[in-house]
Write a protein that binds this ligand. Structure first.
Ligand code: SF4
Length: 324
């Protein structure tokens, strides 16, 4: 078996909440609560869950845009979590991120050429002005834009085009792993499909590996080889995409899937409504975090014991006392 490109082990991120005159830590937001998974080169892992489940924080901790509280992240056998600043700068060439809001993430005062070219300059990837400009034009064309877009500013573009600029910026350093952090969530459905198709083409063209974060299971279905479902900082189910969509095991996955519209009107899916809102990550429920909303929770078990991920099939893992 080949070594994984990325290994995430027991990743934890707690954000301190300070209060009082002395600014003491009075509480903690349990954003990521022991997340582990491996990712093979060329694979796309979809990460799904409601807002506040810790999926974006997980992605950012992997790249160390946010410092994890504990846990270990290894990329190509090298520790990311223990990397020095210089080592991190080198790792930034291999690991990039595409953000949700393409407008907020693009400096409005910089031309598109300067935005895409910034990383080329930082990492000294081109030697002459001609080479620099040629590379920017090549990147623009790769994402479906054209050379004359180079001298324009972000506000002159539509949301979908701005996201293409964000993708070109991420590709500038020829990364191996790209975290797509809700990269299509802010776009219209038709534009979402175009950007997802582009990302799929780029994955095969450049042998990319993706962590594709979204709050909607329907968005990640076609792009993902495997899907991880997160709830309040934990992975509750992880499986090959087909197994997760056709044979979900966790009650939370079932509820999320029941809300995904099916294009074929002949097929009816029973809607499983989720009770209440996601509890606060400051004081997450004891035992199984999902027990306050779970339709099959067992008192005395689910509210007491934390379920561990158990294997239920080939590559299929679920964290539930009653399933698997
Ligand atoms: Fe529901 Fe209990 Fe399973 Fe949690 S462990 S998902 S509360 S049945």
């Amino acid at each position: 078996m080949t070594a994984p490109l990325l290994k995430v082990e027991n990743l934890v991120k707690h954000f301190p909440i300070t209060g009082g005159l002395l600014g003491r830590v009075v509480d903690r937001v349990h954003a990521v609560d022991g997340v582990s998974f491996e990712l093979a080169a060329g694979e796309t892992l979809g990460v799904v869950g409601e807002s506040g489940c810790g999926k974006s924080t997980t992605g950012r901790c992997i790249l160390r845009l946010i410092e994890p509280t504990s846990g270990e992240v290894t990329f190509e056998g090298k520790s990311v979590t223990r990397a020095s600043k210089t080592e991190l700068r080198a790792l930034a060439r291999d690991m990039q991120i595409i953000f949700q809001d393409p407008y907020a993430s693009l400096n409005p005062r910089m031309t598109v050429g300067a935005i895409i070219g910034e990383a080329l300059t930082i990492h000294k990837l081109t030697k002459t002005v001609r080479e620099y400009e040629d590379r920017i034009v090549q990147l623009l064309e790769t994402v479906g834009l054209s050379a004359d877009h180079m001298r324009r500013f972000p506000h002159e573009f539509s949301g979908g085009q701005r996201q293409r600029i964000g993708i070109a910026r991420a590709l500038a350093v020829s990364p191996k792993l790209v975290v797509c952090d809700e990269a299509v969530s802010a776009l219209d459905v038709s534009i979402q499909a175009q950007v997802i198709n582009l990302l799929e083409d780029l994955r095969s063209q450049f042998s990319l590996t993706y962590i594709f974060i979204a709050h909607d299971l329907s968005v990640v279905e076609h792009i993902s080889h495997r899907v991880a479902v997160m709830y309040l900082g934990r992975i509750v189910e992880i499986a090959p995409a087909k197994a997760l969509y056709t044979d979900p095991k966790h009650p939370y996955t079932e509820a999320l899937l029941s809300a995904v519209p099916i294009p074929d009107p002949q097929i009816k899916r029973k809607r499983i409504p989720l009770q209440g809102d996601v509890p606060s990550p400051i004081h997450p429920p004891s035992g199984c975090h999902f027990h306050t909303r779970c339709p099959i929770a067992q008192k005395g078990l689910c509210n007491v014991e934390k379920p561990q991920l158990k294997k239920t099939g080939e590559g299929h893992w679920v964290a539930c006392h009653l399933r698997g």
